[in-house]
Design a protein around this ligand. Structure first.
Ligand code: BGC
Length: 385
């Protein structure tokens, strides 16, 4: 089931390797310009959509595998039921599996989806660079592979990437931190902040961090923001397994070593679970709530935002993402052309993965009610405020 684009993409990948591109988003690690231009290109392309050459299609009602990571945030839990409902409705056979046991469990699950004859395997990778062997097997067996939310790295055995624009998520978080500091602590000339990043094995974590630092680094460089702990590299600030207790432990140590005689004004947090953990730590140290960012629109965090505690979150509506993913599966089933809106930014180290990106939205107390009013889960929550 080789598609005609394969050779063109292989050429592109080879060209980018020759040009010395490393894995990850184009522009990563460069000045903001590269990233901004790829973001705006994605936006420009949205709607008119580059088409990917059509494949041969496969039988209706075929078996589809959905391999999800651990339940590290509410969006993954929600994705499970949305995939089941959506695939049921479209008449497919399917398996939707979490790999709470870690990478080897996810590898085994994908292998068994291949054995069961999956026509499409959708992967939310725990570790995006450890699935090469299983995904090669999937391709050899004629399946399509879609990387969902997290890019799959260092393999050409991935056909498409579908996600919210995660670099933009990071930029929105960085900007929200600055806005929140100006709003809540505007009487100061400088602000003390700390940085938290996600799990180093999740391909998204570095992308969120780079997006945020694109906004924050100039303010650190000019002295407006001061990271009192001195911990500013991704390695220093990452949170193994996206676990709340790991972020909380690190913040506890920072609070007792660095902030006994100082105020902490802001925390860059990559998601809501870690935001709430960091806030617990600051409260336990007897300090005022700092400006804290987040992501995922988790119920507790949305309440906290409306109560004036957590400053922001990101709305990356899982319903839309799953809906678009099932749309992509249907397109592949019919052998039609898959629409993507970014054919150049997602170099995974081996190939540039054609991507369909959705636009994330920043949410603060100001727009929370409006942003979630039609959301099945959050609509009733925001209506209470
Ligand atoms: C997702 C985030 C989520 C995190 C932890 C990331 O890959 O993009 O939305 O907060 O995983 O589950």
């Amino acid at each position: 089931m080789k598609k005609t684009t394969t050779s063109a993409l292989a050429l592109l990948a080879a060209a980018s390797l020759l040009a010395g591109c490393s894995g990850g988003r184009e522009g990563e690690g460069e000045e903001s310009k590269g990233a901004e231009s790829s973001s705006s290109e994605a936006a420009e392309n949205e709607g008119d959509g580059d088409g990917e050459a059509a494949g041969e299609g496969f039988e209706e009602g075929s078996f589809i595998g959905i391999a999800l990571p651990q339940k590290t945030s509410e969006n993954w839990v929600l994705a499970e039921s949305l995939f089941k409902d959506g695939l049921d409705e479209a008449g497919y056979e399917y398996d939707v599996q979490f790999a709470n046991g870690g990478v080897s469990e996810q590898q085994n699950q994908i292998q068994s989806m291949v054995t069961k004859g999956a026509k499409v395997i959708v992967v939310g990778a725990i570790d995006g660079s450890q699935l090469g062997t299983q995904l090669e097997a999937a391709k050899d067996a004629g399946a399509y592979v879609i990387a969902y939310d997290r890019l799959v790295k260092n393999t050409d055995a991935v056909d498409y990437y579908i996600a919210y624009d995660n670099y933009q998520v990071g930029q929105l978080q960085g900007q929200a931190l600055l806005d929140g500091l100006a709003e809540r602590r505007g009487d100061q000339d400088t602000w003390n902040i700390e940085l938290i990043a996600g799990s180093p094995d999740d391909a998204n974590s570095q992308v969120f961090f780079d997006g945020a630092m694109d906004i924050l680094q100039p303010k650190i460089d000019d002295g407006t923001l001061v990271v009192q702990s001195g911990q500013t590299t991704f390695q220093q600030v990452s949170t193994q397994g996206w676990k709340a207790e790991n972020a909380q432990k690190r913040m506890d140590t920072i609070m007792s070593s660095t902030y006994t005689d100082k105020e902490l004004d802001g925390i860059l947090s990559p998601n809501d679970t870690l935001a709430r953990a960091a806030m617990v730590s600051v409260a336990a140290a007897g300090k005022d709530t700092p400006v804290v960012t987040g992501q995922d629109s988790e119920v507790e965090s949305v309440k906290s935002i409306l109560e004036g505690e957590q400053y922001s979150t990101i709305n990356k509506d899982t319903t839309n993402l799953v809906h678009e993913t099932i749309g992509m599966i249907n397109t592949l089933q019919k052998g039609e052309e898959v629409q993507v809106n970014d054919s150049e930014s997602y170099d995974n180290g081996v190939k540039v993965v054609p991507a369909y990106l959705l636009e994330p939205q920043i949410v603060t107390a100001e727009n929370a009610k409006e942003s979630y009013k039609d959301d099945k889960v959050l609509g009733p929550v925001v209506a209470e405020y």
